[in-house]
Ligand binder design. Structure first.
Ligand code: OXT
Ligand code: ADP
Ligand code: MG
Length: 577
C-alpha cells in the first residue's frame, strides 16, 4: 500500500521513512514503541509492514540482527531515545562483532537542547555513543535527506564485512513535511547493496598451490561461510578436494554434520596435526585459540603450531590478525570458492586427494569419540543429565531437519553443539563470537518470523532469564516456538554453596525446582514440566507438530554441569587450580 493517498500532497518524516524501507524490500520491523516513534510503529503496520513489538529493546535488537544473518538484508530495529536506545545498543554491538547486517534506528531528543545539555526529555548524544560500537553511524536532520540516510545505512550494513549500523532520527524529523512528489523523488532504491568482490587470480592460485602441496590439509568453515549462501559450491569444493573440515558452531549443517569428511568429532586431534588450514569465513579469534598454543600443537601457550594458513574472507585486514596467513584470498565467499572450485575442476584427476594416513587417523579418532559419545547417550539416568536430554533433542532435529535451533547457556550450549547434529545450512543460531547470554528469545522470534519454520530454543535456565519475558511476545504473535529450558537450578549447576555461612544463596544458584513452564501458560501458551526423556520427547514433538507456543521445563541433574561449560580454562579462578 502506498502511504500517500491521491488527496495527500504532503508526506511527513514517518511516511517517508516507511516508504524508504519498503522501497528497499524491508518488510519486517523489530522494536518497542514510545516517544517519539509510537506513531511510526503504528503507521508502519498500517502501511503493510510487519511490526513485531517486544518487551525489551535488547531482544528486538537481537531479533533484527539475526534476521539480517538469515536473510542477507539488514534487519531493522526501532527504539525510543536514550534508555530505549541504550537497551538496543547491546544488540547493535553484538551484531557488529558477529558480522550480522543490522540497522538500529532510534528516535532522539532535540539537537539544540542535547548539544547545550539543557536537560531535554531522554537527553543523550546518541550518535557519539553508538559510533564506536557500530560499523557506521549516521544522523538525518532534514526530511529531504531521509532517503540518503536509509541508503547509506543499508549499504554500510550489508556491503563488505556486514555489521551493525546506527541511524539517529531526532524527534522533529518525524513531523517535518515534504511535497509527496519531491519526497518520493528523494528516495533511493539501493542498487547492488552488497557487490560481489572477485578475488585476484594470483591470490586464488597461491591458495590452491598451498592446498595442493599440503600433507594434512584441513578446512574450517565459519559463520561467514553460512551467511554467504554459497552452499552448493562450498559442498562441492569440500567433496572434490576430499579435505576434512571442521564447522564452527553456526556453520554446522552447511554440510550435514553426519558427512564422512566432518572432523568435528576429532577436533582436538586435527587442529594440532594439520599442516595447512583453510579458513572460510572464520576468524582466528579466541574460539580458535588465536591459532596458537597447545590447541594447535604449539610448545607453549603463545607459540605458533607451525601451520600454514589460507584465509578466505571479505575483509582485507583480517589476515595476519593473530598468526601469519600465507595465502589470503580476499573477496566474497561465493566468488572466492567458485574461483577455487574452478581451479580444482581444471586440475581434474590431477588434484591430489589427502593421504590415506591423514584421513585414516582422523576416522580412527572420530570413531572412538563417536562410540564414547554413543555410550554416554545410551544411558538413562534419573534425574536427566545434559546427555540424556540432548539425546532426545538430537532425535527431534534429525526428524525435523528444517527446524531452526536457537541455543544459549554454558553447559546447555556446549553439550548441544557437540551432541545435536545439524543437517542443513543456517539452522543453528547461537551466542556467537561474544558468548553472549540474552540472544535466545529475540533470535527465536525472528527465526520464526523470517522463516515461518518451527523454532526450538535450547536454553540454560540462566540464559533464558535474560530474555524470558518475550514468551509473551511469542504468544502474542502465536509463533511456532518451543522453548526447552535445561533447568539445573542455576548458572553452570545448582549445587554451589555460600562459603560465608549467611542466609543468602551463592551467586550462581537459583530458586530450586522453578516452574518456568507456568510463564508460558500465563500468556496462553503450552507449558510442560518434563522429568524424563519420554516426557521431553513427547512435549517437543507435539510442539513442532502443533506449532503452538510451548515452553518445556526440562529438569536436569543440578550436579551435572561444569563451571563455564567447555571453557572452564578461561575462568581465572578455575585456571589457577
Ligand atoms: O576432540 P575432543 O576430544 O576435545 O572432543 C571435542 C569434539 O571432538 C567432540 N565432539 C564430538 N564427539 C562425538 N560426536 C560428535 N558429533 C562430536 N562433535 C564434537 O566433543 C568435544 C567438544 O567439541 P567442540 O565443542 O567442537 O570443541 P571445544 O573444544 O569445546 O571447542 C572450543 C570452542 C571454544 C570453539 C567451544 O567450546 C565453543 O564454541 N565455546 C563457546 C563457549 C561460549 O560461548 N560459552 C558461553 C559463555 S559462558 C559464560 O560467559 C556465561 N555467563 C556469563 C555471561 C554471559 N556470557 N553473557 C552475559 C550477557 N552475561 C553473563 C553466564 C551468565 S554462561 C552463563 C549462564 C550459564 O548458565 P545456564 O543455566 O544458562 O547454563 P548451564 O551451564 O547449562 O547451567
Ligand atoms: P565463526 O565465529 O563462525 O568462526 P567469525 O564471525 O569469526 O565466524 O568470522 C566470520 C568472518 O566471515 C568474518 O571475518 C567476515 O569478514 C567474514 N564474512 C562474512 N560474510 C562474508 C562474505 N559474504 N564473504 C566473505 N567473507 C565474509
Ligand atoms: Mg543452568
Amino acid at each position: 500500500m502506498d502511504t500517500a493517498s491521491p488527496t495527500q500532497t504532503l508526506l511527513d518524516g514517518a511516511d517517508l521513512l516507511i516508504d524508504a524501507l519498503k522501497l528497499n524490500g524491508i518488510s519486517n520491523l523489530y522494536g518497542l514503541p514510545g516517544i517519539p516513534i509510537t506513531d511510526l510503529t503504528r503507521r508502519a503496520q498500517a502501511a503493510g509492514m510487519r511490526m513485531i513489538s517486544f518487551r525489551h529493546e535488547q531482544n528486538a535488537g537481537n531479533a533484527a540482527a539475526i534476521a539480517g544473518f538469515l536473510t542477507q538484508k539488514p534487519g531493522v530495529c526501532i527504539t525510543v531515545s536514550a534508555p530505549g536506545f541504550l537497551n538496543g545498543l547491546n544488540a547493535l554491538a553484538n551484531a557488529t562483532t558477529n558480522c550480522f547486517p543490522m540497522i538500529l534506528i532510534s528516535g532522539s531528543s532535540e539537537r539544540e537542547i542535547v548539544d547545550l545539555q539543557q536537560g531535554d526529555y531522554e537527553e543523550m548524544d546518541q550518535l557519539a555513543i553508538a559510533k564506536p560500537l557500530a560499523k557506521a553511524a549516521f544522523r538525518v536532520l532534514h526530511i529531504e535527506d531521509l532517503g540518503i540516510g536509509i541508503a547509506r545505512a543499508i549499504r554500510a550494513a550489508v556491503s563488505g564485512r556486514p555489521g551493525g549500523v546506527y541511524l539517529d532520527l531526532p524527534a522533529k524529523l518525524f513531523a517535518q513535511t515534504i511535497e509527496a512528489d519531491a519526497g518520493k523523488a528523494s528516495l533511493i532504491k539501493v542498487v547492488d547493496p552488497a557487490p560481489r568482490q572477485i578475488p585476484a587470480p594470483d591470490a586464488v592460485n597461491r591458495a590452491l598451490d598451498l592446498l595442493k602441496n599440503a600433507k594434512r590439509p584441513l578446512i574450517i568453515l565459519g559463520k561467514g561461510a553460512a551467511y554467504a549462501r554459497a552452499d552448493d559450491d562450498i559442498r562441492a569444493f569440500v567433496e572434490k578436494t576430499g579435505i576434512p573440515y571442521l564447522p564452527m558452531s553456526m556453520a554446522k549443517g552447511l554440510l550435514p554434520d553426519t558427512h564422512e569428511q566432518s572432523a568435528a568429532a576429532a577436533r582436538s586431534y586435527v587442529l594440532p596435526e594439520a599442516d595447512v588450514v583453510m579458513l572460510v569465513g572464520a576468524r582466528l579469534n579466541w574460539l580458535l585459540s588465536h591459532g596458537k598454543g597447545k590447541t594447535w600443537g604449539g610448545k607453549s601457550s603463545k607459540a605458533w603450531g607451525g601451520q600454514k594458513y589460507i584465509q578466505v574472507d571479505i575483509s582485507p585486514t583480517e589476515a595476519d590478525s593473530n598468526v601469519r596467513v600465507d595465502a589470503p584470498v580476499v573477496g566474497d565467499i561465493g566468488s572466492c570458492i567458485a574461483a577455487m572450485l574452478n581451479g580444482v575442476n581444471a586440475a581434474g584427476a590431477g588434484w591430489p586427494k589427502p593421504s590415506g594416513d591423514w584421513l585414516g587417523a582422523i576416522a580412527d579418532r572420530k570413531g572412538k569419540n563417536i562410540a564414547k559419545m554413543g555410550e554416554t547417550l545410551a544411558k538413562n539416568p534419573t534425574p536427566m543429565n545434559f546427555h540424556s536430554a540432548l539425546n532426545v533433542m538430537r532425535d527431534v532435529i534429525k526428524g525435523h531437519p528444517d527446524a531452526m535451533l536457537v541455543n544459549e547457556g554454558a553447559n546447555a550450549l556446549d553439550f548441544t553443539r557437540s551432541i545435536v547434529d545439524m543437517y542443513k545450512p543456517r539452522k543453528r543460531i547461537d551466542v556467537g563470537t561474544w558468548g553472549v547470554m540474552g540472544i535466545g528469545m529475540g533470535f527465536a522470534v525472528a527465526a520464526a518470523v523470517e522463516t515461518n519454520l518451527p523454532v526450538i530454543a535450547v536454553e540454560g535456565d540462566s540464559a533464558f532469564g535474560f530474555s524470558g519475558m518475550e514468551v509473551e511476545t511469542i504468544c502474542r504473535y502465536n509463533l511456532p516456538v518451543c522453548v526447552v529450558i535445561f533447568n539445573n537450578n542455576g548458572v553452570y549447576k545448582g549445587t554451589d554453596v555460600n562459603a560465608s555461612g549467611t542466609a543468602d544463596v551463592t551467586p550462581t544458584v537459583f530458586v530450586k525446582d522453578a516452574r518456568y513452564e507456568k510463564m508460558m501458560e500465563a500468556f496462553g501458551g503450552v507449558g510442560v514440566y518434563a522429568k524424563t526423556p519420554d516426557e521431553l520427547r513427547k512435549a517437543v514433538e507435539e510442539a513442532v507438530r502443533s506449532r503452538k507456543p510451548t515452553l518445556v521445563n526440562a529438569i536436569i541433574d543440578e550436579t551435572a554441569g561444569t563451571e563455564s561449560g567447555r571453557i572452564t580454562s578461561l575462568n581465572p579462578k578455575a585456571a589457577k587450580k
